[in-house]
Design a protein around this ligand. Structure first.
Ligand code: X2X
Length: 339
């Protein structure tokens, strides 16, 4: 009897070791959500992460990419809740789209907080980035790496914009954080919140006059073909992307596979940041040249002109700093000053 019990446990152990038990807990496929598809650096990051994970886990973890936020019917501001509910297993999400649920993420949307790429890096790669990851950890997701959508510039179909007065009454599509409504209202415009899926037809039909998105998105979405002929470079906010896995899914993986998924995210994130900045950052202005060549009028603000936008939106900055957390905002301002 004893001998038989022993033999049985030995067999069970052997089964565990052979990975049989593991195979029972791993799903055939994991759902990865992104907002933009593979025509954009963001969707390409999803593809790359999937590919690297497959490689690094020898095919134990298979990821299927659902771009266009298709798992939440295109409603990008519902993405974070869907991760917590188990509808989405993994995501590369914009800080903007998750900010209705994670108030700290509004930090990156404070108007004119980050003057340049160094400022953005000072936040994501420093203490502030760690605090943001800790805030996400508290909400059932495991943050793994940073990526980038980019500095968001403003375009419209009506006229060049060089001052808040030029925006008066103009209808702008804005993203889902109420902070954007308040920023555009403070500038005298008429903002309306809608998803990216709804934004494109709204621009095409003239239901809205303008929008704000990174130049990489402006180009890949071919916004000049829907009448967006005027572009103002104001660098007022930028949205990093964050690679996450739902905690429940994360806990179902072996330690070695978790590490593989993390390293894959870090690598895909780095590559994504390079891609998002290509032709845009530093002395490389190939994307801007391409935009100008397509007949778009590009307005560069003088420091004096920029100041008028900063001043008009300062009350919004102050109000939202309180809800984001005064300490976190101060830490961010200090990190940027020291960059
Ligand atoms: O909706 C947008 O503007 C986009 C695609 O940039 C985001 O998802 C934040």
């Amino acid at each position: 009897m004893l001998r038989r019990t022993f033999a049985l446990s030995a067999a069970a152990l052997a089964l565990c070791a052979s990975g049989w038990v593991q195979a029972q807990t791993y799903r055939a496929e994991y759902r990865l959500s992104t907002t933009l598809g593979t025509a954009f650096p963001w969707g390409q990051a999803g593809e790359r992460w999937s590919e690297l994970v497959k490689e690094k886990t020898q095919g134990r973890i298979n990821i299927k990419l659902y771009s266009g936020n298709s798992l939440v019917g295109g409603e990008q501001t519902r993405e974070f809740t869907a991760i917590r509910q188990g509808v989405i297993d993994m995501s590369i999400g914009s800080t903007i789209n998750w900010s209705p649920q994670v108030k700290e993420l509004n930090l990156f949307s404070l108007p004119f907080l980050m003057p340049d790429y160094k400022a953005m890096d000072a936040l994501t790669q420093g203490e502030v980035g760690k605090d943001i990851f800790a805030a996400l950890e508290k909400r059932d997701v495991v943050p793994l790496a940073w990526g980038e959508n980019g500095f968001r510039e403003m375009s419209n179909s009506k006229r060049p914009i060089a001052s808040p007065a030029d925006m008066k009454g103009m209808k702008f599509r804005v993203v889902g954080s109420p902070l954007y409504n308040e920023t555009f209202s403070a500038l005298g415009a008429n903002p309306t919140q809608m998803s990216w899926a709804d934004a494109q037809p709204a621009l095409a039909s003239g239901a809205v006059d303008g929008q704000e998105n990174p130049l990489s998105v402006f180009v890949a979405a071919k916004l000049p073909t829907v009448g967006q002929k005027y572009l103002t470079l104001w660098h007022y906010v930028a949205d990093p992307l964050i690679f996450v896995v739902s905690k429940q899914v994360w806990n179902s993986w072996s330690a070695a596979d978790r590490e593989a998924v993390r390293q894959a995210a870090i690598q895909a994130g780095r590559e994504n940041i390079d891609k998002a900045r290509k032709g845009i950052a530093g002395s490389d202005n190939a994307v801007l040249k391409q935009i100008e060549a397509s007949g778009v009028t590009v307005t560069h603000l003088t420091p004096e002109q920029r100041k008028a936008f900063v001043q008009a939106t300062r009350p919004v900055y102050d109000k939202w700093s309180k809800s984001i957390g005064a300490d976190l905002v101060k830490k961010a301002e200090d990190a940027i000053a020291k960059r």
